[in-house]
Design a protein around this ligand. Structure first.
Ligand SMILES: [Zn+2]
Length: 459
């Protein structure tokens, strides 16, 4: 039994401050409602509390005397971005060593709070973070919901389930136990046990790290048995919790789709068999090309991926071709930024995936915007309730200076996002960008960048 005033939505002390019954009226400009309907002159949008109350000519009449008025003339009104795949606790990490061994729980939580502000200011009003350092995802989500810190809406996992193969971090992952974002599971029973525990700890999603690197093998390989994958999906689904999986090999796409994984991340090099499995299973795809595209296009500027540009471009091109077929077959595509790494810092690249869908898949800008907004509702577990400007939808709205249908890159240009409305409240976009300085112990320090051989010293 719950005590009145201590549980349930109505009892949350912060509710009135978070939403209240404040009203915002948006007039003028172009409306992209992200339902797939053509853009149209904005007929008026009235937000009341955390709800889109009226979309239409009656909006102004329905607004109370105290409503705030935003004139979007010359601009675009559209839903907030939903980043379906990012890592809010990694803090723009530069290496696996740094990620696994140079983070402190308290500092990581404080920095994550700042990262939420960066994302909001970049127009991200909701995101999904499937695996978090020190299992902090549920606490971060709950802190935002309770009004402790401001941030986008969050769905979260706890940690990624990895087998002892170690995912993409190899021997940095211990043979058993937990490190960083990873929980090692060594048997089918352990996989099921940790699935249930993560749900008990508050996971909205279970994350499987399906592929990893093996010494002497190029590319990632499937590190799980089919039975283990299915057991995790069954255990999660029985408890009403969906599953997403990191899949960077063709066989992992087929295996995960067949096992019942709900969102496949990356789906690199998906083949015909994988595509058929995805279509049959009803899974959604979140390619998260942005990390690879940043490596290929700009990695050299920060000393990353030099000489590998063509390999990354090849992976994007090969995967994009299959993603297009999936899209044409009706598979929902979601946009994820992979924010959290040095190549994808918070607040900088959340809109780039839509640009890649236009350039690499040949989607129209409108189709890409739907992927970056309405389709993200799948990751938020709020299908039909978030990601569109329709009556009854949650009040997450952007105003852009310009039209993303003529230049999709606008979504990724913070300077052109003139209003971010999160939960029916205007986000303060003034003031300096919330960057932080060096944090003691946060970075890997090398003794030297190279090896001091005798020849190097004297020849
Ligand atoms: Zn990721």
């Amino acid at each position: 039994m719950s005590t009145p005033g201590t549980s349930g939505k109505a009892s949350r002390a912060g509710d009135s401050e978070i939403a209240g019954d404040s009203e915002i009226l948006l007039t003028g400009g172009t409306l992209i409602d992200a339902t797939g309907a053509p853009a149209r002159p904005n007929p008026g949008v009235l937000l009341r509390g955390d709800s889109i109350e009226v979309v239409g000519p009656g909006a102004a009449d329905a607004a109370g005397a105290g409503a705030e008025h935003i004139d979007a003339t010359g601009g675009t009104v559209m839903p907030g971005l939903i980043d379906a795949h990012c890592h809010t606790t990694f803090d723009d990490v530069q290496s696996n060593d740094e990620l696994f061994f140079h983070r402190d729980p308290t500092m990581a939580a404080l920095v994550a709070g700042q990262n939420l502000t960066k994302m909001l200011r970049a127009g991200v009003t909701a995101f999904c973070d499937p695996d978090t350092l020190f299992s902090m995802g549920p606490s971060l989500r709950n802190a935002v919901e309770a009004g402790v810190v401001a941030g986008p809406r969050i769905t979260t996992g706890v940690q990624a389930l990895v087998t002892a193969v170690g995912g993409t971090a190899g021997r940095l992952i211990p043979d058993e136990g937990v490190v960083g974002y990873a929980q090692v599971v060594n048997s089918l029973d352990e996989a099921v046990m940790w699935t249930r525990r993560h749900i008990k700890y508050g996971a909205d999603w279970i994350k499987i790290h399906a592929t990893g690197l093996l010494p002497g093998r190029s590319g990632e390989v499937l590190c799980w048995s089919r039975d283990e994958l299915r057991a995790v999906c069954d255990a999660a689904h029985e408890l009403g919790t969906p599953v997403m999986a990191h899949c960077r090999s063709p066989e992992s796409v087929t295996a995960c789709a067949n096992a019942g994984v709900d969102i496949l991340l990356h789906a690199s090099f998906m083949d015909d068999e994988g595509l058929e499995a995805v279509i049959r299973s009803g899974s959604a795809l979140c390619p998260t090309f942005t990390f690879l595209a940043n490596l290929a296009d700009f990695g050299g500027a920060v000393g990353a991926g030099v000489g590998m540009e063509d390999i990354f471009r090849g992976e994007i091109a090969a995967t994009a071709k299959m993603m297009r077929l999936a899209y044409d077959a009706g598979v929902p595509l979601l946009c994820g930024s992979e924010a959290g790494f040095a190549l994808t810092p918070y607040g900088h690249w959340h809109g780039r995936e839509a640009e890649i869908l236009v350039n690499e898949l040949g989607l129209s800008p409108m189709e890409a915007i739907v992927c970056a907004t309405a389709n993200g509702a799948i990751a938020m577990r709020l299908e039909g309730r978030i990601g569109t400007i329709t009556e009854g939808c949650l009040a997450d709205v952007l105003v852009l200076d310009g039209n993303p249908l003529t230049d999709i890159r606008l979504l990724n240009d913070r300077r052109r996002i003139t209003e971010v409305i999160s939960r029916g409240r205007r986000v303060d976009l003034s003031g300096p960008w919330p960057a932080h300085g060096p944090i003691p112990g946060d970075k890997v320090r090398n003794w030297a960048d190279d090896i001091l051989t005798y020849e190097r010293a004297y020849d």
